[in-house]
Write a protein that binds this ligand. Structure first.
Ligand code: XMP
Length: 322
């Protein structure tokens, strides 16, 4: 019988059998896959698990708190948080090329994770197993997407040094995304994590067109929070596959506000519908929703004086702007 409760029971038994009384480590990204995988392992072996959350400073408003506070509160997991914002922003200084941004972020991620893993090994003696949120579609064909692919490329065994070899625990290997969400609900994880839309590993860094700075991240975070809150308030979260909000940090245009001329940045709204992110269509959001988002962003977010909507399908456009 396929029920989320049965899957949880079966997984718990399999994980216990696999890891025995060894120590286990799991990287959390803020996404649903790593969260559900970690929660299953936690249920199976409790304090043998240590989770690592590398906060690269490129997440959206509230996402780090979801991991550090809400996820810990609902699972009781032992979490090691690495605040690596300075490290990532330092490494990204002056960089504008999209692929270079990705490479730098991937490299810094492995460095941070490795350092954290070494500290955990040092504290507890040995860590033998690494949890990965690999899903069934990733097993069949290693594709794009958020959490799983991200964790896979960032935390994979090949990316870690030889003296830090782990066996892999992959409790989601037989599951599709909707099944992972059902298991997450069964485990009582925060709804915002279970139902999070796909979000790229490099985070807001590839939604700032131009150099990534603390100031620009702040602007984008505020605009993004408004767009997401309005989408949720309109009840459209599950109709939209993803809703990137992009800051054209190197573009300025003239505007007027009150008596004054402004010279600010445009924000791009990129709502898309999709089945698997391989192809996508632009999301037909209601005009009144677009109007509310535009009004709130231009009123509330400093330096932004214009909001535009991306009406390009994929192909030829990609979902992300970088
Ligand atoms: P594109 O922009 O290529 O995105 O249409 C397809 C899907 O992949 C996500 N994406 C990424 N995910 N690391 C990730 O983990 C990345 O570097 C990355 N780039 C794009 C994107 O959000 C969409 O879901």
């Amino acid at each position: 019988d396929w029920t989320a409760a049965n899957i949880v029971d079966d997984s718990v038994a399999v994980i216990r059998e696999q890891v025995g009384d060894a120590h286990v480590i799991c990287g959390l990204s803020g996404g649903v896959d790593s969260a559900v995988a970690a929660a299953l392992v936690q249920k199976a072996v409790g304090s043998q698990l240590t989770c690592v959350f590398v906060d690269h400073g490129l997440l959206r408003q509230g996402e780090a708190e979801q991991v550090e506070r809400d996820f810990v509160a609902t699972t009781g997991v032992a979490l090691k948080v690495v605040d690596a914002t300075e490290q990532f922003l330092g490494a990204l200084a002056g960089v504008t090329d999209p692929e270079t941004k990705r490479k730098i972020i991937g490299r810094e991620f492995i460095r941070s994770f490795e350092r954290a893993a070494r500290e955990i090994v040092g504290e507890s003696g040995a860590v033998d197993w690494l949890v990965q949120g690999t899903l069934y579609p990733d097993v069949v064909e290693s594709g794009g997407g958020e959490g799983a692919a991200n964790i896979k490329s960032h935390h994979n065994v090949g990316g870690l040094p030889d003296d830090l070899q782990f066996g892999l625990v992959e409790p989601l290997r037989t599951l599709f995304k909707d099944e992972v969400r059902a298991v997450g609900e069964q485990l009582g994880l925060p709804a915002a994590m279970v139902w999070r839309q796909p979000f790229p590993g490099p985070g807001l860094a590839i939604r700032i067109i131009g150099e990534v700075t603390r100031d620009r991240l702040e602007i984008l975070r505020e605009a993004d929070a408004i767009a997401r809150a309005e989408l949720t308030a309109a009840g459209l979260d599950r109709d939209i596959w993803q809703f990137p909000v992009v800051l054209l940090a190197d573009v300025r245009s003239v505007g007027v506000q009150g008596d004054g001329r402004t010279y600010g940045h445009p924000i791009v709204l990129r709502p898309v519908t999709s089945e698997d992110a391989m192809t996508a269509d632009w999301g037909r959001l209601p005009y009144d929703l677009l109007e509310r988002i535009s009004t709130r962003i231009t009123n509330q977010v400093r330096e932004v004086n214009r909001v535009v909507v991306d009406i390009t399908s994929k192909p030829p456009g990609t979902i992300e702007w970088e």
